[in-house]
Design a protein around this ligand. Structure first.
Ligand code: ZN
Length: 284
């Protein structure tokens, strides 16, 4: 099941169009994406019984700009740094012994096809698998971790490398939280439709040139490892997001570095989850 945000309302996406969750369930669900994600099991049960009779609204690629972020008000947005061996190498940083966790503050979240303002000459891209949490939990065991996942989407962890690394001790969160630095989408693919979150091809192109081309199999800490680690400190809650880290091929890793310019188009794809695309624009 694919759940999306179409013009601010929760929809289920099918090959033939979208189904408005609030209308089709006769208001058993509100239009809220956050409610749809926190009640995803119920929504899926309803969908499996009603899919063939649900009213469809036309939807095709020409309407992708109507899609917003699949979660609107998460209580927490975690992100994992240096979670692929070759990316740690290109950043010139040592491999972490445990997941390196920072936050992308929630105000940076945006839809999958948003434009993104370039705040500095050192703006970079990071293609990432994003986990959407479906259940509340603490101290979750690795073996149980995927039971806490609602689904997955594609994300970009846009980064201002200058601000990220500035100061006597690097603190990543601010340099990764500018306006629209966290596009997610194009929709949430529910966990039952993803056989293995650590077996997906992930790629990123800039103006059609491929820079990142890897697999989530190359993560240092797998999705279950990350959930177990994060929940050993923080309670995770429905709608929380986890950006799981970027493979090699970022702009900083090029020789010479290749940072984003105004007008660049960044296309990020994960196998089975879809594609998001952002155009980089000048400050107002
Ligand atoms: Zn990242």
């Amino acid at each position: 099941m694919r759940v999306g945000n179409r013009l601010g309302r929760a929809v289920i996406l099918t090959e033939k169009g979208t189904v408005d969750v609030n209308a089709a369930t006769q208001k058993a669900f509100s239009p809220s994406l956050d409610e749809a994600v926190s009640r995803l099991d119920e929504l899926r049960d309803w969908w499996h019984s009603a899919a063939t009779s649900a009213p469809l609204d036309a939807f095709d690629a020409s309407m992708f700009h109507e899609l917003g972020p699949v979660v609107q008000n998460p209580s927490q947005v975690f992100a994992i740094g240096l979670n692929y061996y070759a990316h740690a190498g290109e950043m010139g940083l040592a491999l972490p012994d445990e997941p390196l966790v920072f936050s992308k503050f929630a105000s940076c979240l945006t839809g999958p096809f948003a434009t993104v303002i370039r705040p500095s000459p050192m703006m970079d891209w990071e293609a990432e698998l994003v986990v959407v949490v479906g259940r509340r939990g603490r101290d979750i065991k690795v073996a149980d971790a995927l039971d806490y996942v609602a689904g997955y989407c594609v994300g970009q962890d846009y980064s201002d490398r200058d601000l990220q690394m500035r100061g006597p001790s690097a603190q990543f969160s601010m340099g990764k939280s500018f306006e629209n630095f966290g596009p997610i989408g194009p929709w949430l693919t529910s966990v039952d439709d993803v056989e293995d979150p650590n077996g997906l091809e992930v790629s990123c192109r800039v103006n059609g040139v491929i820079y990142q081309d890897s697999s989530t199999a190359n993560m240092i800490f797998s999705v279950p490892d990350i959930i177990a680690y994060v929940s050993s400190v923080c309670e995770i809650r429905p709608g929380d997001l986890i950006f799981t880290g970027s493979p090699e091929g970022t702009g900083k890793g090029q020789d010479p570095p290749r940072f984003l310019e105004v007008g660049d188009v960044v296309t990020t794809t994960i196998e089975g989850l879809g594609t998001i695309e952002n155009t980089i624009v000048a400050p107002h």
